[in-house]
Design a protein around this ligand. Structure first.
Ligand code: XMP
Length: 528
């Protein structure tokens, strides 16, 4: 299985991040991408002298990491990094490793058993001299520290430009060589001027900021054409942002050599299938097969109430259905996937090697091998916000690009207990009213995900002069950065009251509305 049609990064000014295992290394890449700088993260084990020569970075960053430079065999950058003649920024562990490699001294803190002071959390750095790296910083700035060991003597050539109470060498630099080393983490949110520091660093290193979506689009198109030639490509279009942007990009590259399969399992939201198919087929002229398989899915789900069983049935049928339609496309040699950069980094783990398999897409996992397909993954270099920017660049409408995530198993996991067509219809209507309310109140973009779950319980109510005995539903809305953890969204009572009234008035079959105030953990975002 070959991979990836991606633009050749050799066409860009490139920054190399050598990863020593910090939890927040990805954030460094994000900060740099925001500055239109192309960068790649590579685990230190994979970076040797030859790698540096081939990569030809315009600057290098050493990330933080959990180890202690005082331990024998602790992670090191290759010697060539220091001799590449390019600026280097060392962060936390990266600072310590740089100091030790270049002739300074590092002493142990509590973690490595030394007597020094460890420092975790918020600290304040006082400026101790003028340095371009911290242009725009006040004399005293908040930073985020997270270190056990600390530098106790600078390497020759370095001077101090910032100190904190527990880190006398918080900001240091060797201006001749353009080596910078900081004890704190400028990439995290808790270092408010950290983004400015990165901006200064890349400006000092001479980056012109050539990593734009417009440039990416052009190069990605060329790369897809080179990879695919005149072969045919199939794509499972879900209507989600990633598969939509991948499909739009590939279509722009190879036109009708691409066929999308949109599997309608009967568990989609109100008008969703229609909107997706209409947009891609009628407005964007993609070849889209609308696989109408509602009866198949709902039939097999009939009477099933166990959440895992539901998921397994849907996953299995999805693959069967996709394969059935794909088999009809003669000569299909490639499968397009909307794999993003975080998926790639996650699977090229710190302790793993470069050859660790890339995470399979949840919906079509295993398919490429089974069907003998090669992969086209034109978004492998991008973060989610860049995918959105690319989508805009490709002309996808804003309301589409900014849509909340929607799970592959769809409404099945928002309908605890047995799924019936009636319940799904009720749920679709309630969800549409809820989302309409959220949009009307201008809250949609503040919320990571919002939806209604229809509960497997009927309750007594009174409407007009009559008694009702209808379903209860739960509204869910959460904020999150990645879906891994989440907080419930704190709507005002007025919003909740108004929404409950609208749902009960406009949705037959529901007579009680509740609001789910569980965060994740301990809850999950979906109900099943
Ligand atoms: P949970 O419920 O695990 O969800 O907190 C976290 C995020 O993942 C989405 N989700 C899924 N997405 N297939 C998907 O494509 C799935 O099977 C699936 N299950 C959960 C969920 O909507 C939320 O954004």
């Amino acid at each position: 299985m070959t991979s990836a049609a991606v633009p050749d990064p050799a066409d860009h000014e490139r920054l190399l991040i050598i990863d020593f295992g910090s939890q927040v290394t990805q954030l460094i890449a994000r900060r740099l991408r925001e500055l239109n700088v192309y960068c790649e993260i590579h685990p230190y084990q994979n970076v040797d002298d030859a790698f540096i020569a081939k990569f030809a970075p315009k600057a290098i960053i050493f990330s933080g990491g959990p180890d202690s430079v005082l331990r024998d065999g602790s992670p090191r950058p290759p010697h060539a990094a220091y001799e590449a003649g390019v600026p280097i920024l060392g962060i936390c562990y990266g600072q310590q490793v740089m100091m030790q490699d270049l002739g300074g001294l590092v002493e142990g803190g509590k973690i490595s058993g030394g007597g020094g002071t460890a420092e975790f959390g918020r600290a304040f750095v006082a400026r101790a001299g003028a340095l371009p790296l911290i242009d725009g910083w006040e004399d005293r700035e908040q930073v985020w520290m997270s270190h056990g060991d600390h530098v106790s003597r600078l390497a020759p050539g370095f001077e101090v430009y910032g100190t904190s109470p527990n880190a006398p060498f918080a900001i240091t630099a060797d201006l001749d060589r353009q080596f910078y080393a900081v004890q704190f983490h400028p990439e995290v949110h808790h270092t408010p001027k950290g983004a400015k520091l990165y901006e200064n660093f890349v400006r000092q290193a001479g980056f012109s900021g050539d990593w734009t979506m417009e440039a990416y689009r052009e190069q990605a198109i060329t790369a897809i054409r080179d990879q695919v030639g005149d072969a045919k490509v199939i794509c499972a279009l879900s209507g989600g942002v990633d598969s939509s942007v991948a499909a739009a990009l590939i279509h722009e590259a190879i036109g009708d050599q691409l066929t999308c399969v949109f599997v309608d399992h009967g568990l989609l939201r109100l008008n969703e299938a229609h909107e997706v198919v209409e947009m891609f087929r009628d407005h964007m002229n993609l070849q889209v097969i609308h696989a109408q398989e509602q009866d198949l899915f709902l039939g097999e789900l009939d009477g099933v109430s166990d959440p895992e069983t539901k998921r397994k049935i849907i996953g299995r049928l999805f693959i069967d259905v996709f394969q059935k339609y794909a088999d009809q496309i003669e000569g299909a040699a490639y499968l397009a996937q909307g794999t993003l950069y975080p998926d790639v980094i996650e699977s090229v783990s710190f302790s793993g090697g470069p050859s660790v398999t890339i995470k399979s897409h949840h919906n079509v996992g295993g398919l490429p091998e089974k069907m003998g397909l090669k992969l086209v993954e034109p978004l492998r270099e991008l973060f989610k916000d860049e995918v959105r920017a690319l989508g805009r660049e490709l002309g996808l409408p804003d309301h589409f690009i900014g849509r909340h995530p929607f799970p592959g198993p769809g409404l099945a996991i928002r309908c605890p207990g047995e799924i019936t067509r009636d319940k799904l219809d009720t749920l679709r209507l309630a969800d549409a009213v809820y989302i309409d309310q959220i949009r009307k109140h201008g809250l949609y973009d503040e919320i990571w995900q919002a939806f209604v779950a229809i509960l497997p319980v009927r309750t007594v109510g009174v409407m007009g002069d009559g008694r009702t005995y209808d379903y209860a539903c739960a509204l869910r809305a959460v904020t999150s950065v990645d879906g891994m953890t989440a907080d419930y969204y704190a709507f005002g009572h007025e919003f909740l009251g108004e929404t409950a009234t609208r749902i009960i008035n406009e949705v037959p079959g529901i007579n009680r509305v509740t609001y789910d105030i569980t965060s994740k953990p301990p809850g999950t975002i979906e109900w099943e």
